[in-house]
Structures are given as C-alpha cells and as structure tokens.
Design a protein around this ligand. Structure first.
Ligand code: GDP
Ligand code: MG
Length: 297
C-alpha cells in the first residue's frame, strides 16, 4: 500500500467542504481485558501522521480502563483536518453467558444513534453533531485457536450496529506462520457464524489502484496488530516504535512485521468515508427504521 491514496485524491468539492467542516471519525475498541486496547489507541494517536492536540498518558503507564471514555485529538494530513475520537471500553473477563459484558457497549452505540435521531427531529437540523460510532475494533486473543464463545456472542450483537473490524491482538507474540493460520481460522469461524465484518467497498468506477487497495485490505483481515507508543532501538541502531525481544524488535510501523499501518490508514485515510457512509446509510438507517416502527411512528 502506497501513501498517496487519501485526502489528496478526493474530489475538490468534497475537499473544500471538509476543510471547512473538518472530517470527523469515531472509532471504538472492544475486547477482553489486557489485550492492548488502550495501548493501541495511544499508538494510533502517536503515529507520525498524527499531531495530537491533547496530552496523552504514556502508553505503559495507563491505568486499567474502568469506564467507557472518549479520547479525542485533531490530526492533520496535507492541510486537511481530521478529528479522531476513540471510545475506550473496559475489557471484560473470561466468562460466558454474561450479558453484563456487552450491555454497556451496545448501549453506548445505541445511545449515540438515539442522540442523532433526536437531532434529526429537532428544529435546528443544520447543527447536527455526529457522535455515532463509525468503526469498532474488536480485539481477539492471539491464541491461534478458534474464536471463543464470548467473542462470537459479542460480535454477533455488534455487527449490524457498527462497522466491525476484528483484529488479532499482540501479534508480536506469534510467528508469521501462526498469524497466517490464525487469520484463516478466524475468517472461516466468522463466516460460519454469519458475522459480517467491514469490507472495503469496490465501486464500478474505481480505478485499478483503489481496487487493489481494497483487495489487499480484505486479504489482510483480520489485521494482526502490535501496539507500542514508546520508541525502542533496533539491533541496527534505528529508533522505532516497537517491542523488543532478545532476537530482535517487532516494529509497529513496519508492514512486514504487522498490520498496524494498514489499520491506521484504513481508519484515517483510505476508508474513512466508506466507514462513515455505511454507518449513516446502512447501519443507522436500519436501526432507525426499527426504532420508529417500535415507537409506532
Ligand atoms: P487493555 O486492557 O486491552 O486496554 O490493555 P492495555 O493496553 O492496558 O495493555 C495490557 C498490557 O499488554 C500492558 O502491559 C501492555 O504493555 C501490553 N501490550 C499492549 N499491547 C501489546 C502488544 O501489541 N504486544 C504485547 N506483547 N504486549 C502488549
Ligand atoms: Mg484498557
């Protein structure tokens, strides 16, 4: 994936509008405790293309997440502003049949739909603030086994409410072959259970490059991610964000080492609009129709 598909290539009209209004994307991280959700958020905000406007906790010192919280920063690329909000959620424990673990997360997603609906029905529609969750990054344990029951239950409840992006957590703990096997296993598990993950759309008039990019992203799913907001030194002396092992360093930003770069690019550059569009036109619309029917409107 090369770096030149993104803000710079979007049509001028859209660009002008977004420069004025600012792009805005809200992502959410979900998954068991200790899989690196909070660390990945720091890694996202500390990326080289990002200019965080808010002070962030040092990655390794962040306390365990105990409540759902918003972390927000403006990032800028090629003169175009993007406000990125990530909703951090407390992890859940290793229990089955505990609806308490997904209730707060589903409630957060639906409350944000509800807030949007209320604004649509209000008089001052020009001032609508969109806090809907456009992407849900779901962390899967790097075990190399089939999906756990709780992951299946969770993702089943999420996939028609939010763009679901499953990731294999802490990919630095697996070998390249183990990652490839885990991806294949998880992909077939998801298909078996009828869980739909976000697929980069391909349109009839897409150019060859966009098609290749969408296909590369689809092939790489579920992304194997590594989080580390701190710099470490490689054996050949470079300072990189990564995790050091006796045998070497797993580099966060090296596409040969993990898919963090793919995930980041998809969220803030190549597929931000696609994530927003599917949220608005498909996921929210479906929810809204059901909601209005239930209200007898
Ligand atoms: P959360 O509970 O999902 O938010 O997880 P945290 O981000 O708090 O991380 C839990 C622990 O895992 C911390 O000690 C992190 O340093 C560590 N960690 C986070 N990301 C990674 C990763 O990609 N690889 C490895 N090996 N450890 C990680
Ligand atoms: Mg956390």
């Amino acid at each position: 994936i090369t770096g030149h598909v993104g803000f710079s290539n979007i049509p001028n009209q859209v660009r002008r509008k977004s420069v004025k209004n600012g792009f805005q994307l809200t992502a959410m991280v979900v998954g068991e405790s200790g899989l690196g959700k909070s660390t990945l958020i720091n890694t996202l905000f500390n990326s080289t293309i990002c200019v965080p406007r808010v002070p962030l906790h040092p990655a390794e010192e962040r306390p365990t997440t105990v409540a759902i919280e918003n972390i927000q920063a403006d990032i800028e690329e090629k003169g175009i502003r993007l406000r990125l909000t990530v909703v951090d959620t407390p992890g859940f424990g290793d229990f089955v049949n505990n609806s308490a673990s997904w209730d707060p997360i589903l409630q957060t997603i639906e409350q944000r739909f509800e807030a949007y609906l209320a604004q649509e029905h209000s008089v001052r529609r020009s001032k609508i603030v969109d806090t809907r969750v456009h992407a849900c990054i779901y962390f899967i344990q790097p075990t190399g086994h089939s999906l756990k029951q709780i992951d299946i239950e969770f993702m089943r409840r999420l996939h028609d409410k939010v763009n679901l992006i499953p990731v294999i957590a802490k990919a630095d703990t697996m070998t390249e072959d183990e990652i490839a096997d885990a991806k294949a296993l998880i992909t077939s598990d998801l298909a078996f259970h009828g869980i739909r993950i976000f697929q980069p759309p391909i349109y009839d008039d897409d150019d060859a490059e966009s098609i290749a990019e969408a296909e590369a992203l689809a092939r790489a799913a579920p992304f194997a991610v590594v989080g580390a907001a701190r710099a470490v030194r490689t054996p050949d002396g470079r300072a990189v964000r990564g995790r050091a092992y006796p045998w070497g360093v797993v580099e966060v930003d090296n596409p040969a080492h993990c898919d963090f770069g793919l995930l980041r690019a998809m969220l803030v550059r190549t597929h931000m609009e696609a994530l927003r569009a599917r949220t608005a036109d498909v996921l929210y619309e479906t929810w809204r129709t059901q909601r209005l029917l239930a209200m007898g409107v």
